[in-house]
Write a protein that binds this ligand. Structure first.
Ligand code: HEC
Length: 623
């Protein structure tokens, strides 16, 4: 879904000869410089086994981005992690050679770079206005009613401290603030518990793979999922593992959305990388089925599993390379589910079908029964949308009835209006924004076209709603040239669906930003009373006046920064997660290298108003 762009591909194709020869050329030049035989072999191996996806126009991070990773991290990604299938058949020696070739030379091996240990062991400093996961609440409003910041404070925000994820090329994780602590995961799979005011360190926890989901805190437990579909429950005070459960056996299953809790159950959205690996003509496409899994909070045992597709995949024929095909598949849940405690329902947003035949839950909002997992209703906005990454490449596995890839990648929001009426809000990559009636099986109340849409266009990772208005970020990545995306922020009246204002992004922000820069607003939006925060793939984080859309403050995250953990790093594209606001502070992760989408980076930035929270604030030079 989200991450493979028809538009980017077309753009890449226009310059495919130049770019491809540059990619291979620079690979070989690197090996020749190193001047040793194993380097040359590794370069050849890389060209034959990895370049297809990690070269220009591919969906994996580019060599330059992966060069920031430590060699032992790359080795474990190949040996046991998300690239295990891609590295299958290579000897351990070859995998080490590849890791040496790609990764940072002379990097310290294995150690986690920590900030100084916190001396204050108290875990509740009474910050108030907690932000407990993807949103401050489980209706996914992304509205923080008590931020500790007023609209007049916002122009005075300055960088207070930063943290650098030493071994990541991307940082797109939503920050959690709860129990007086700040929690964040990283693409290299480490969970950090830090002090929100200073960044000192309480504990870390190492997972088996990468983490993109927010850490969800309820009571004294922190819940999250990883790239291999493992779910973990940790003690928030000590970081000690309480339980761990694998929620799906498919080799490409993963958790990208965040978990939510209701009563004794914790709910896990399950998506997969299969949509991407289907780009390989030799891959038997496709068998994964999207699902939401309910686990018992205290033990991690399975309560129920609700699939988006009712039937398992059946053989459907052969692909253009003669390899068997199966389907239906996909209909993943990429985002965080939404709890409707009053109606006893759980709403999830689904993506496209990977391989067909058509199924009713494609590109849909589905209501599951919170207790039993029974499907109550399905509201699809595109029942026929068969698509996978092969449609960007040689089309061997691309379904004959190729769809537009119009997932719902953003979490639904449940809002209650002042007239008492409830709505389920849903934003699609088609650029459409919908209000559904939860009391009438998801019947359409209104719809509004906010963007032109596209495979990486329209509404990507999320919007926010404060009960009166929704604030919606538009990506609208441009087909001809990513640097000219029509990124914007809009405000929508919740009673009518009418657009109240629109603030297009400046389009001149990309000069010198590599390898891919665009002014698309793909990251999730955040709202506090009077102010909306939205980030862009060009690296800017902006604060807007909620009534008018006027820009109150902006910060260019695309710059060098040194973390409180003593590591030098860099900001880049803001994507995926939006700002977290709690205790008068604004937390934003920055950097996105995956899928050839943006500017790599590995930083967490924390902003505050000098003097306001009683501690010193580092002056910033480039607001
Ligand atoms: C079929 C396409 C494909 C092939 C072939 C492939 N990769 Fe990948 N790779 C990806 C994608 C897509 C990602 C991003 C996955 C994600 O994080 O969602 C990725 C991620 C990675 C990462 C993690 C990067 C990070 O920032 O965390 C490493 C390391 C990696 N690949 C190495 C390799 C190597 C080495 C090879 C060759 C042996 C290879 N890959 C072959 C598609 C591919």
């Amino acid at each position: 879904m989200k991450h493979s762009s028809i538009s980017r591909w077309k753009w890449a194709r226009l310059s495919v000869i130049v770019l491809t020869s540059f990619g291979i050329g620079s690979t070989l030049a690197y090996a020749e410089r190193a001047g040793d035989q194993s380097e040359v072999n590794a370069a050849a191996l890389y060209s034959s086994r990895c370049l297809l996806c990690h070269g220009p126009g591919g969906r994996g991070p580019q060599l330059s981005a992966m060069a920031q990773l430590k060699r032992d991290t790359i080795y474990s990604i190949l040996a046991v992690g998300i690239m295990k299938k891609q590295a299958a058949g290579l000897s351990a020696e070859q995998q080490h050679a590849l890791a040496d070739y790609i990764g940072r030379k002379g990097s310290p091996q294995g150690a986690i770079s920590l900030s100084p240990a916190c001396t204050n062991r108290s875990s509740n400093t009474g910050l108030g206005g907690e932000w407990i996961g993807w949103s401050p609440d489980f209706v996914n409003s992304r509205y923080q009613p008590s931020p500790g910041l007023s609209p007049s404070d916002v122009p005075a925000l300055k960088l207070k401290w930063a943290f650098v994820f030493p071994d990541s090329a991307s940082a797109s994780n939503q920050v959690t603030v709860a129990r007086g602590r700040m929690f964040v995961g990283s693409w290299d799979g480490i969970i950090y518990a830090l002090d929100p005011s200073t960044g000192c360190s309480y504990w870390t926890f190492k997972t088996d793979s990468g983490v993109r989901s927010a850490v969800t805190v309820v009571g004294q437990t922190a819940y999250f999922g990883d790239f291999l579909a493992n779910v973990y429950a940790l003690d928030t005070d000590t970081g000690k593992l309480q339980w761990r459960t694998k929620v799906d056996d498919h080799p490409y299953a993963r958790v990208t959305g965040s978990l939510v809790v209701n009563g004794e159950l914790v709910y896990v959205p399950v998506a997969s990388l299969e949509e991407g690996v289907a780009g390989d003509p030799q891959y038997t496409c496709c068998t994964f089925r999207g699902s939401v899994v309910a686990l018992n909070r205290n033990s991690g045992s399975l309560a129920w599993k609700g699939y988006t597709i009712d039937q398992t995949a059946k053989p459907t024929g052969k692909n253009k390379a003669g390899i068997a095909t199966l389907g239906p598949a996909g209909v993943s849940i990429w985002s965080t589910p939404t709890v409707d405690a009053k109606r006893g329902a759980l709403y999830v947003a689904t993506g496209n079908n990977y391989s067909g035949p058509d199924v009713p839950a494609t590109d849909a909002i589905i209501a599951f029964d919170l207790k039993t997992g029974v499907k109550r209703w399905v509201r699809s906005q595109r029942p026929s949308d068969q698509w996978n990454a092969s449609c960007l490449g040689d089309k061997s596995n691309c379904p004959d009835s190729e769809g537009p890839d119009f997932d719902f990648g953003a979490s639904p929001i449940l809002v209650q209006l002042s007239n008492g009426r409830s709505l389920v809000l849903a934003g699609q990559k088609s650029g459409m924004f919908y209000a559904l009636d939860p009391d009438k099986n998801g019947e359409l109340v209104w719809e509004s076209r906010l963007g032109q849409g596209g495979s990486l266009g329209g509404i990507e990772w999320g919007f926010a709603a404060d009960g009166t208005r929704a604030y919606v970020a538009i990506s609208d990545w441009d087909i001809g040239d990513p640097s000219k995306a029509n990124g914007s922020l809009t405000a929508v009246d919740l009673t009518t669906g009418k657009e109240l204002w629109r603030r297009p992004n400046p389009t001149d922000t990309c000069a010198g930003r590599q390898p891919v820069c665009s002014s698309a607003d793909a990251a999730a939006v955040t709202v506090i009373p009077g102010v909306v925060l939205a980030g862009s793939l060009d690296g800017y984080l902006r604060a807007y006046d909620a009534p008018t859309g006027k820009i109150l403050w902006q910060y260019d995250t695309n710059q060098d920064v040194t973390g409180v953990n003593g590591v030098a790093g860099h900001g880049g594209s803001v994507n995926g997660a939006g700002a977290t606001v709690s205790g008068g502070l604004v937390f934003q992760t920055t950097g996105y290298a995956a899928y050839g989408l943006g500017i790599p980076g590995n930083a967490l930035l924390v902003f505050g108003v000098p003097g306001k929270d009683g501690s010193a604030v580092t002056p910033s030079t480039r607001n």
